[in-house]
Every structure is written in C-alpha cells, then in structure tokens.
Design a protein around this ligand. Structure first.
Ligand SMILES: Nc1nc2c(ncn2[C@@H]2O[C@H](COP(=O)(O)OP(=O)(O)OP(=O)(O)O)[C@@H](O)[C@H]2O)c(=O)[nH]1
Length: 576
C-alpha cells in the first residue's frame, strides 16, 4: 500500500511537471493525457465543490451564485503522516497557505488573472496541492458547471464553451469521471450522466455520485439509483450529504459535517443498509483505490511513453545541440572543440576525403606551367634584344672572351618574368583556400546552431589567409630573385664546355663563323649568348612553340629552374 501511495505521489509530481512545461492536455499525444486523473463533472450548483471539500475535509473553494468555477482546478491531495495542513499553488510555489480562507481567495484571484473579472472561462488549469493527514492521495479536477443558458454578461457561446472544455477532460481514455447529480433532480435529466454516457458508454470510467439526498421530497428516496437499478454503471453509485447553504453560512466545520453525514446514513431507514458504501469519506477511499488500480494497469504504457518521449527529446537535442555550460572555462573548451571540428573538415578538404585539395594541385600542375609557357622569351631573347643587352652591358669596354655581364643581365631579365605567374599562383591558391574555408564552415555540423561563431571563424580564417598570401607572395618573389641574382661558376663553366659544334652545324649558312676575337656581336655569337637563359629554364616546357630549333637540341644540357621554382612554391604552400 505504501508503495502504491508513493506511486500516486509520483504521478502527482509528473502531473505538476507537465503543467510547468505547458502540457495540460489538448492537441496531440501528451504525457498529461497518459496519466490517470479524476474529473468532477456536473451541472451548476449540483454540489461539485461541496463534494471536493468533503473529500478534502476543508472549506477552501470559492462560493457564490452563478458561474464560480471558471478555470479547471487541478487539486492534488497528499497524505502526510502528521503535522499541520497546508496548501500550495503551483503558480506561487514559495507561499505556503495554512489559512484555507486565503486559499479560496487565491483561487478567485488567480482565476481573474487569466479571465478578468468577467464571467468568461479559460481552459488553463490552476494547480493546487493540499498536504494533510486527513486526505487520501488523489488528484481531482474541478471543472466549470454545465449550464443550459448564458446569463447576463456571458457570451452566447458560453454553454457550448463549457461543454467543450469539460468534454476535452472527460473524453480522454485515462480520465476517471466523477459524475455529480443532485438527488432532488430526475436522473434522466442529469447533465453529468448525459455527458459521461457519451464519452464512456460502457460506464467503466464513470463513478456516479448523488448529492443532496437530504433535500429529497419527503416520501421519496434514491435507492433505485444508489442500488444501480435506475441507471447501471460498472462502479457502484455513492450517495453524499454535503453541508447545506445554511450550514455554510453558519460556518459548520467540515469534520463535523463529515460526522453528521456518517450519522445520516447510519440512521437513515432508507439507506442504512448501504451506509458502509455511502458518504464523502468512502468516496475518497473508493477513488483512491481505483486510481491506484488504474495507475498499476497503466504503468507499462506510461513507462513506454516516457521512454519514447526521452528518445525523441534526445534525438531532438542531438539535432539542435546539447546545452551550453554557463561558466567561461567550459564555454572556451566548447568553442575550441567547435574550432577543432571545423579544422577537421578543412583538413579533409585539403588532404582528401572531401573535394578541394585537387584544385590546389591543379594550380601547380596546369595553371602555373600554362602561364610560364606564355612568357615572352622569344622577344626577350631575340638576336636584336640580345645584342642590345650585351652591348649595353659591355658599355665602352667590349668583352674579351665571354660577355659575362651580358649573360647576367639576360638571365636576370628572363627569370624576372617568372614573378608574375608565381604571384598569380599564390593568388589562385589563396582563392581556393578561401573557398574551402567557406565550404568547411557550412559543412561542419557542430557549428550549425552557432551563426555568430560561424562568421567569427570565417573572419579569423580569412584574415589568416590574407596574411599568408602576403607572406607567400614575398616568399616566391624572394625565390625568383635568389635564382636570378646568383649564377654559379659551375654554370659559366657548363656554358663554355658546351660544344659549339651543334649550333654551328645548324647554322651552316653562317659562311664565316666568328671566333671569340673575330666579331663580338656577330649573329652566331649573339644567338649563343641568347641561349644562356635557356640553360636556366627548361625551354622544352616553357617555350614549346617559340624556341629556336637549334636551342631545342641543347635541351639535355638545361638546368630546370621550374623544378627549383616548384620547390619554392611547395614551401610557400606549407607556409599557408
Ligand atoms: N442540503 C444540502 N445542500 C447541498 C448539498 N450539496 C450541495 N449543497 C448546496 O448546494 C449549493 C451548491 O453547491 P456547490 O457545491 O457550490 O455546487 P457546485 O456544483 O460546485 O456549483 P458551481 O461551482 O456554481 O457549479 C450550495 O449552497 C450547497 O450548500 C447537499 O448534499 N445537501
């Protein structure tokens, strides 16, 4: 029993949690709807509030003429071992009410807070918990009384609105219906029974309660109904005698009223034989036992539903992201984790696994060689220009054996052409990397919920790339300058060890081949000088179309500057 009582307590807690989270039934599948609860239904002034107060043993509900209950009141009763009775509202959790007159006022005020002081209704429930040694664990929902006509100050739709609200509570399969009918009214005209029959035709969730037995006309009694002969339900009918209006006015104590009620049944000639199954105390126990039974039956489906909801929420959390820690250290750690996630994706683009890195290879493999091929070496190394450069380099003292200064200037001038394509390669790689940063940010799942961090990472990465571009540019230019500014002795030796016969053979039309002391600026000599830059440039690669035929034959002697340049660019890439 103790276990079952704590189970009802647990269901109470879940119900409160549902309300805090805004789940008080309504559209779709909700946990609130899966939990069993007792809804009190009846016509206006049928005695609903009186029944609730009798069950609680306290006088705490607003009273008055007309429509008093305008919002559902979820009343959770918690049995305590001993101590003072007190009440707590969910909307005012820090306030503990020991004065039940103040509870009544708070219910009125809280009703007005949502509906205003009008006679309108609202389906947002008020949650009230009562802790007392005189109650059984039970959750009851007091609902507005069903009416037939709208009174002054009410909209025409009020009758329908109340019925719809009450219906929305009682039509749920987990709702236990406490159908209140005054005994001095014909059962056939009972609003509560009419609605209960509609939503629960088999009567298995309906508990019939007859109030005002003491007000029946003399000579009549309700045994037909109470014995289940007039209207059969699965559960036995319970008769109740509440405080009359006169008792209320006289402030008759609820405990005394309970005792009087007990005495009424025990001494009644009509209901004496039913006394042990009558009265508000018995009704409370009956409902509590039934609630326990229902919870026991529902436990598997409630657990399944909670687990399913947990799974769904976890899946949603995974999608929208886990909560972010409040302290700075944990936040910094998280930001670093997110940056690492971005870094992983970016590396995959560069190293493979995701597309992008191949475009950088394309810059060196296609774009750079194509640009080099277009360099104007034929113009720069034309006989006319070679002569101009050599004579200018010689100045007023023509060279004796080899035009060393001329060589140097020609080679320097040729290699300087590499600067343009080399810089363009840096720009092209920079462009690809920038594009990969953009793609990587978009593809990093972890970053999806942090748009500000996304733009911060993009800004930081682009700033870094901009810096690396400048450094890369400087590095490649320095490499080109290094190549053009230092020609080794070995280079000049190779140049002169080069057999002169090959080009000379090819230049047979030169009838008078010049010797070093003959004509310094003879075509043959100049042509030979003009080859020298090609010794530093792989002309087979670079000058496919423009190179002179003779020079093509000297290919095997040529140093491959491009390779040197490529190595330099690799270093530059490593820098980026
Ligand atoms: N004599 C007698 N009077 C009763 C009994 N039950 C209720 N009353 C009186 O009937 C009137 C209405 O009772 P309530 O308990 O306020 O009825 P209600 O259904 O909650 O009314 P609304 O919330 O306005 O719909 C009050 O004056 C009660 O004192 C009863 O069993 N015997």
């Amino acid at each position: 029993m103790a276990t079952m009582e704590s189970l009802i307590g647990l269901v109470n807690k879940i119900q409160r949690a549902c309300t805090v989270l805004g789940d008080h039934g309504g559209q779709g599948m909700s946990l609130w709807e899966a939990l069993p609860s007792v809804a009190v239904v009846g016509g206006q002034s049928s005695g609903k509030s009186s029944v609730l107060e009798s069950i609680v043993g306290r006088d705490f509900l607003p009273r008055g003429s007309g429509i008093v209950t305008r919002r559902p009141l979820v009343l959770q009763l918690h049995k305590t071992e001993s101590g003072a009775e007190y009440a707590e509202f969910l909307h005012a959790p820090k306030r503990r009410f020991t004065d039940f007159a103040a509870v009544r006022k708070e219910i009125s005020d809280e009703t007005d807070r949502i509906t205003g002081k009008t006679k309108q209704i609202s389906n947002i429930p008020i949650h009230l918990s009562i802790y007392s040694p005189n109650v059984v664990n039970l959750t009851l929902i007091d609902l507005p009384g069903l009416t037939k006509v709208a009174v002054e100050g009410q909209s025409d739709s009020i009758v329908e609105d109340i019925e719809n609200m009450v219906r929305s509570y009682v039509e749920k399969p987990n709702s236990i219906i406490l159908a209140i009918t005054p005994a001095n009214q014909d059962i056939a005209t009972s609003d509560a029974i009419k609605l209960a029959r509609e939503v629960d035709p088999s009567g298995e969730r309906t508990f019939g309660v007859l109030t005002k037995l003491d007000l029946m006309d003399k000579g009549t009694n309700a045994t037909e109904v109470l014995e289940g002969r007039a209207y059969r339900l699965q559960h036995p009918w319970v008769g109740i005698v509440n405080r009359s209006q006169a008792d209320i006015n006289k402030n008759v104590d609820m405990i005394i009223a309970r005792r009087k009620e007990r005495e009424y049944f025990e001494t009644s000639p009509d209901y004496g034989h039913l006394a042990s199954r009558m009265g508000s105390e018995y009704l409370a126990k009956l409902l509590s036992q039934h609630l326990e039974l229902v919870i026991r039956q529902r436990i598997p489906s409630i657990i399944a539903m909670i687990n399913k909801t947990i799974d769904e929420l976890n899946a949603e959390l995974d999608r929208i992201g886990r909560p972010i820690a409040a302290d700075g250290g944990a936040q910094l750690y998280m930001i670093l984790e997110l940056c690492r996630a971005f870094d992983r994706v970016f590396k995959e683009h560069l190293d493979g696994g995701r597309p992008g890195g191949d475009r950088i290879y394309g810059v060196f493999d296609h774009q750079l060689p194509a640009a080099l091929k277009k360099l104007p070496f034929d113009r720069h190394l034309s006989l006319k220009n070679v002569q101009k450069v050599v004579t200018e380099a010689d100045g007023y003292q023509p060279h004796l054996i080899a035009p060393e200064q001329g060589y140097r200037r020609l080679i320097d001038g040729s290699i300087t052409y590499f600067k343009g394509p080399a810089e363009a390669s840096v720009d092209a790689v920079h462009f690809v990397l920038k594009e990969l940063v953009r793609k990587s940010i978009a593809e990093t799942e972890e970053l999806k919920r942090f748009p500000t961090l996304q733009s911060d990472i993009a800004t930081a990465a682009n700033e870094a790339l901009e810096r690396f571009r400048e450094e890369g540019r400087k590095t490649v230019i320095r490499l080109v300058e290094m190549e053009s500014s230092y020609l080794t002795v070995d280079f000049f030796r190779k140049l002169h060890a080069e057999p002169e016969s090959k080009p000379e053979k090819k230049s047979e039309k030169n009838a008078n081949p010049p010797g070093p002391n003959n004509d310094l600026y003879h075509d043959h000599s100049l042509r030979r000088i003009g080859w020298s830059p090609y010794l530093t440039v792989d002309f087979l690669e670079v000058c496919e179309k423009s190179k002179p035929k003779e020079i093509r034959e000297n290919a095997k002697l040529i140093m491959i500057l491009l390779i040197i340049l490529s190595e330099g660019l690799d270093q530059m890439l490593a820098l980026i």
